[in-house]
Design a protein around this ligand. Structure first.
Ligand code: ZN
Ligand code: MN
Length: 487
């Protein structure tokens, strides 16, 4: 088969669990795990005649996220019933937002390699309830657990603006970073807090004309790896299918496929139903939601600097590499901790090194982030400044950092207790240098000869001074004094 020229086109539909205390339309607590059907009430198990009441916090979390995704916020929305039958949905309908989503026409900026970014347009953001869960662990029987039924679920739909599996993954990762920064979701992939459904097709150029392959939607992906791998798999599968059958969008139907994580293949599930199959209509039990300017302003106050903005600022303002900036902005607390330490007057690269080389290792061991290690950003700043001033060596700074976490003492206190302060007093060091020079006339002769022995002799003299001060002299200062004396 000859190589076909093609362009990959991917749009993404994402569902995110919102971390409210209770469910979207009832008072049942949202707790992960727990005995099956222990967090349920007549509302969320779909008893007839019950009345749902909207959780205002869920709505605010949803609007906050839509704002962070640069969406226009609707000041009037309503709730609609999406009808379908499934054992994990005893009401036979899901409460969702159909024609009036709470947010529209936004975008998300995603980081690409080497500091580049790309804007992916957002079509809509709406709020809906999650269904329960079918489990198949009882031999010939299946069971239904409705603990999850009624969990507030944010649905985000992008335009088909992604053109590689890496871009799709980058968007998924960036969205996780955003909802965590906003504090609206734990976004724990292992707990199913985020689920991804890419819509994938190709535009193939053959003999000068373009052919679009039928769109495939891959359902329910719950890891970044599965997102990236499934898209990559579809590229090859659709290329092969086109080469074999010539099937295009015009001749084939949109279809839904599942992801087999073990064999790393997608599997045909069904041909896609249209929206009218769901018989959407306004829920008569729920009042519409109106957001006035005051409420919206209140929600806007909870916005924070977005991770991608912070990452870019660390590069431009602090001259960090994009890689370092990306590591530091991985979570909001680390990023803000770093930012505070730098703003307290320390060199950014020094603080960055302390955090990425020592702080994150310690945090990892303690199972927390660096901001929760029990040391203040000001003390970290002080440690960085001491290192740059030559009061302590870079090696000593790591040891002091560890001790700070252990004892919660200030870095200067620890440095003097552990005898790690370097002598930088020029007068005091000059006396030692003079002694060393007087005791080693041969080395002095070599060091001033300008011959090939110069460098070695100079190193020897520096070593002698370090030895005499038990390693506590600041080598930079000693070197300056030696320069002066030997010239
Ligand atoms: Zn309930
Ligand atoms: Mn949905």
């Amino acid at each position: 088969m000859s190589e076909l020229e093609y362009k990959l086109v991917v749009g993404l539909e994402i569902h995110v669990h919102l971390a409210t205390r209770t469910k979207l339309f009832c008072g049942c607590e949202l707790v992960y795990g727990g005995e099956a059907n222990s967090r349920v009430c007549p509302v969320c198990i779909g008893m007839p005649g019950v009345l749902p009441v909207m959780n205002a916090q869920a709505y605010e979390f949803a609007v906050l996220t839509a704002l962070a995704l640069n969406c226009k916020i609707a000041n009037f929305t309503k709730w609609d019933r999406k009808s379908y039958y499934y054992p994990d949905l005893p009401k036979n309908y899901q409460i969702s937002q159909y024609d009036l989503p709470l947010g529209e026409a936004g975008y998300i900026e995603i980081p690409l390699e080497t500091g580049r970014t790309k804007k992916i347009r957002i079509i809509r953001v709406h709020l809906e309830e999650d269904a329960g869960k079918n489990t198949h662990t009882l031999g010939n029987f299946s069971a239904v657990d409705l603990n999850r039924a009624g969990t507030p679920l944010l649905e985000i739909v992008t335009e088909p603006d992604m053109n590689s599996p890496e871009e799709v993954r980058a968007l998924a990762v960036e969205l996780q970073r955003i909802v965590r920064y906003l504090g609206v979701s734990d976004a724990d992939m292992q707990k199913g807090h985020m689920r991804f459904e890419p819509n994938i097709n190709l535009t193939i150029t053959k003999a000068g004309s373009e052919h679009k392959t039928p769109i495939v939607e891959v359902k329910n992906l719950n890891s970044f790896r599965a997102v990236e791998k499934s898209v990559a798999f579809e590229v090859q599968r659709q290329l092969d299918e086109f080469a074999e059958t010539g099937l295009t969008m015009a001749s084939g139907n949109k279809s839904t496929r599942g992801w087999d994580d073990e064999n790393e293949v997608t599997i045909l599930q069904r041909e896609k139903e249209e929206a009218h199959d769901y018989r959407y209509f306004p829920d008569p039990d729920l009042v519409p939601v109106e957001i006035d300017a005051e409420w919206l302003d209140e929600i806007k106050l909870r916005l924070c600097e977005l991770p991608i903005e912070m990452q870019k600022r660390f590069v431009t303002e602090y001259k960090l590499s994009d890689y370092d900036a990306g590591v530091l902005t991985g979570d909001r607390f680390t990023a803000e901790f770093f930012d505070t330490a730098v703003k307290a007057g320390a060199d950014a690269k020094r603080v960055c090194n302390l955090l990425t080389q020592t702080g994150m290792k310690l945090a990892n061991e303690a199972g927390c982030n660096v901001a929760d290690l029990g040391i203040s950003a000001e003390d970290l700043s002080k440690l960085a400044k001491m290192t740059d001033a030559g009061d302590i060596s870079a090696t000593a700074s790591a040891a002091i950092f560890e001790e700070m976490v252990k004892t919660k003492k200030a870095p200067d206190v620890i440095a003097s207790e552990l005898n790690l302060l370097q002598k930088s007093d020029a007068g005091e060091l000059e006396a030692v240098v003079d002694e060393v020079l007087a005791a080693n006339p041969d080395a002095v002769a070599d060091a001033t000869s300008g011959g090939k022995k110069t460098k070695k002799a100079r190193g020897f003299l520096l070593g002698q001074v370090m030895q005499k001060t038990k390693g506590q002299a600041n080598p930079k200062i000693v070197s300056q004094i030696l320069d002066k004396k030997l010239s």
